[in-house]
Design a protein around this ligand. Structure first.
Ligand SMILES: Cc1cc2nc3c(=O)[nH]c(=O)nc-3n(C[C@H](O)[C@H](O)[C@H](O)COP(=O)(O)O)c2cc1C
Length: 330
């Protein structure tokens, strides 16, 4: 068993990565149904939340069946982050996560996200403010360092543990690397080997198959892994990894009918949660992923992204089901 404060997770838990514009309640519902052990909201701007901006407040929406779930916050101002930890705690998640990893310009260049990797004393003070502001466990998600010359994650892990965080997730890249190259988990393994570290350490970056998850588990000794991009359009990856780690065997791949069914659940939830117009619009980014690998899918994809009503979408999804009934996916 792995524990984050009082939250009990199974051995080698699989975490759904926080992903802006992706890991909203409809997407989380399909990931939960397919084996995600711990999930996070998309990151929430503390500046937005303190101003009560609708976009930030909506991201606080969480549901009972999603537990355990963390709300992720980011920001550049220590006091605001503390105040937001209090606001977010009132939404009653299981934990509060702080984002010190986001590399994108309009976050990192405004002193938030990965920018804190350039000012460790401030990162420590900010974390302390969040820990003090909430009764919930606080976790951190970050990167190896700012750039190749400042991979200070070993020191960061100790300092953050000392001021009270209850788990740490590390993406095996620096801020400068953004998403380029291959994630390097060597330092993540070194944090886990440090006898001073007694909180769970989760590895993140490039997990895209059951084999890789097991290999990295064995090689780096992490307590669990967090998976991002490989879950988009493929929530089956959670149960596939679990089964492979347990038995060394592969689950049968989802059929086209399975894909249509899950895509439809996702669509239904999107519409229920956001209304028909926004729900349909925001689903458009997901179709290509759900049907990756199908020959000549482009024409159906075009139809799906152009359809304006739920009924139309159901008709196209039925057609996809029928047309590819015999298809075998790689
Ligand atoms: C579309 C997208 C949105 C993301 N949004 C967030 C976010 O809100 N908070 C965060 O901590 N990381 C965010 N990330 C980073 C992921 O959580 C994860 O660290 C990264 O994708 C590496 O993991 P992966 O190789 O399994 O995808 C995002 C990544 C993607 C691709």
């Amino acid at each position: 068993m792995v524990k984050i404060g009082n939250i009990a997770l199974p051995d080698f838990p699989l975490l759904l990565a926080p992903m802006e514009d992706v890991s909203d309640p409809p997407f989380r519902a399909v990931c939960k149904a397919n084996g995600a052990d711990l999930m996070y909201t998309e990151f929430i701007s503390s500046e937005g939340l303190i101003r009560d901006a609708a976009k930030s407040v909506q991201k606080l929406d969480i549901f009972e069946y999603e537990r355990p779930i963390g709300i992720q916050l980011f920001g550049s101002d220590i006091e605001t982050m503390g105040a937001c930890a209090e606001i977010a705690s009132r939404a009653n998640p299981d934990l509060i996560d702080i984002n010190y990893g986001c590399p994108v310009k309009n976050v990192a260049c405004r002193g938030a996200g990965a920018a804190l990797l350039q000012d460790i004393p401030k990162m420590v003070r900010m974390t302390e403010a969040v820990v003090k502001a909430t009764h919930l466990p606080v976790t951190v998600k970050t990167r190896l360092g700012w750039d190749e010359n400042t991979k200070n994650i070993l020191e960061v892990a100790e300092r953050l543990q000392d001021i009270g965080i209850q788990a740490l997730t590390v993406h095996g890249r620096t801020r400068v690397q953004m998403y380029k190259g291959e994630a390097d988990w060597t330092l993540i393994g070194r944090i886990r080997e440090n006898p001073r570290i007694n909180i769970p350490i989760f590895g993140n970056g490039d997990i895209d198959s059951p084999e890789k998850a097991l290999e990295y588990k064995n090689r780096y000794g992490v307590d669990g892994v967090m998976i991002g991009r490989a879950t988009i359009g493929y929530p089956w990856i959670f149960n596939e990894i679990k089964h492979f780690v347990k038995t060394g065997e592969h689950l049968p791949a989802p059929t086209v009918a399975d894909r249509v069914a899950v895509c439809r659940q996702h669509l239904d939830f999107s519409i229920r949660w956001k209304g028909e117009i926004t729900g349909i619009f925001e689903m458009r980014r997901h179709y290509a992923n759900y049907f990756k690998g199908l020959d000549n899918f482009k024409a159906y994809r075009m139809q799906l992204v152009q359809a304006g009503t739920y009924d139309e979408l159901l008709r196209i999804l039925d057609e996809v089901s029928e047309h590819y009934a015999e298809a075998v996916l790689a």
